[in-house]
Design a binder for this molecule. Structure first.
Ligand SMILES: NC(=O)c1ccc[n+]([C@@H]2O[C@H](COP(=O)([O-])OP(=O)(O)OC[C@H]3O[C@@H](n4cnc5c(N)ncnc54)[C@H](OP(=O)(O)O)[C@@H]3O)[C@@H](O)[C@H]2O)c1
Length: 320
């Protein structure tokens, strides 16, 4: 099979597509023929080993798996003797952010990992695009006790995480103000966003409204700058650590701080978020934003594009 391989942490141009043996499966695993995968910010972390904290999970000195890739959709083509949940021919999708070696034509997946049968009405590409960003969006929002009518400002409305977050918030009837660049303003309004800020023209931290929460889904702001946007007990959440890792540190101090505070969720159970995402897809309440499609052989180009920080939602890899 063809697989994208590197034996040390590296830049996209060092990633090579090579011929490798099809993985053999254990008794609790299925073999999936991959139809689509994405290149996400998680994949960039696993490829480069940066930020360094990611090496605690992906391998300290070198990657624990030479093949990149964290998500997939595809067809079960073989199953181990103990597997009861899946049949050969089942269409499935799944995700594991520490690395699952899915940038390959075949992947062996333990059934304990976050994997579900793909809803029939979505394509393999849409299924793969429904995983990474939506998983983090679910966990970040899960830390907020929001009710219908509450309000949230989302910075980064066209990011994979931010765009999924907007859809989950609108599903709960939350008032959403979100940022993006000019070409995507109408798209965000069509998604139900109540007010869109073009971040290239207006500094969102100066917006004249107070929110129950500010979710900086692209991690470009700080608690200090966003404090004025928060109601007296409002919560600030960012997808990034912030300068000097201030976001997790401020979150640790939060129980001792009255009023406005920072939360920094740890996205632990992917099985839980995948079930939530799956339900939203079935209800028709979540459609992932897809930006570009690349052939698997052009994976280095796909990584380079994602590293620019300019992708809109998800970047898809297509397999034959
Ligand atoms: N904490 C965690 O566990 C965790 C996990 C995964 C990812 N992350 C981090 O979360 C962040 C977002 O990930 P993602 O996959 O959603 O990112 P992404 O899809 O790569 O986000 C890129 C998008 O953000 C927009 N953007 C860039 N700069 C912006 C700004 N200053 N203001 C508003 N929008 C801006 C871009 O729009 P334009 O092109 O129009 O500028 C683009 O659409 C990344 O920094 C990633 O490292 C954290």
């Amino acid at each position: 099979m063809r697989a994208a391989v590197r034996y040390s942490y590296c830049s996209p141009d060092k990633l090579e597509v090579r011929e490798l043996p099809i993985p053999s499966i254990r008794t609790n695993e299925v073999l999936v023929k991959v139809k689509a995968s994405t290149v996400s910010q998680s994949d960039c972390g696993v490829l480069t080993g940066k930020p360094y904290a990611i090496r605690l999970f992906s391998g300290l000195l070198k990657p624990s798996s030479p093949i990149t890739g964290t998500d997939f959709s595809g067809i079960v083509v073989a199953r181990g003797a103990d597997v009861k949940e899946y049949q050969i021919g089942d269409m499935v999708y799944g995700f594991f952010d520490e690395g699952l070696s899915t940038h390959a034509e075949y992947v062996a997946v333990p059934v304990s990992k976050a994997m579900l049968k793909k809803p029939d009405h979505i394509t393999f590409e849409q299924a793969a695009a429904s995983l990474e960003g939506a998983h983090y969006a679910y966990y970040f929002l899960d830390k907020l006790s929001l009710n219908a009518g509450d309000s949230v400002l989302v910075n980064g409305g066209t990011g994979a995480i931010g765009n999924a977050a907007i859809q989950f918030l609108k599903h709960k009837d939350i008032r959403v103000v979100a940022t993006c660049e000019e070409p995507y303003i109408d798209y965000l309004y069509k998604m139900g966003v109540d007010y869109v800020i073009d971040y290239t023209r207006q500094d969102f931290t100066q917006f004249d409204e107070q929110f129950d929460a500010v979710f900086d889904a692209v991690g470009k702001s700080s608690f200090g700058k966003c404090k004025r946007l928060l109601k007296p007990v409002g919560v600030y959440i960012s997808s990034e650590l912030g300068p000097y890792w201030q976001n997790p540190l401020l979150a640790l101090a939060a129980p001792f701080m009255p009023g406005k505070k920072v939360k920094f969720p740890l996205p632990l159970s992917i099985n839980r978020s995948l079930e939530f995402i799956h339900e939203r897809i079935i209800e028709g309440a979540f459609t992932p934003l897809i930006d570009r499609y690349y052939l698997f052989d052009d994976i280095s180009e796909a990584f380079s594009y994602v590293q620019t920080g300019q992708k809109k939602g998800n970047v898809i890899l297509r397999f034959n």
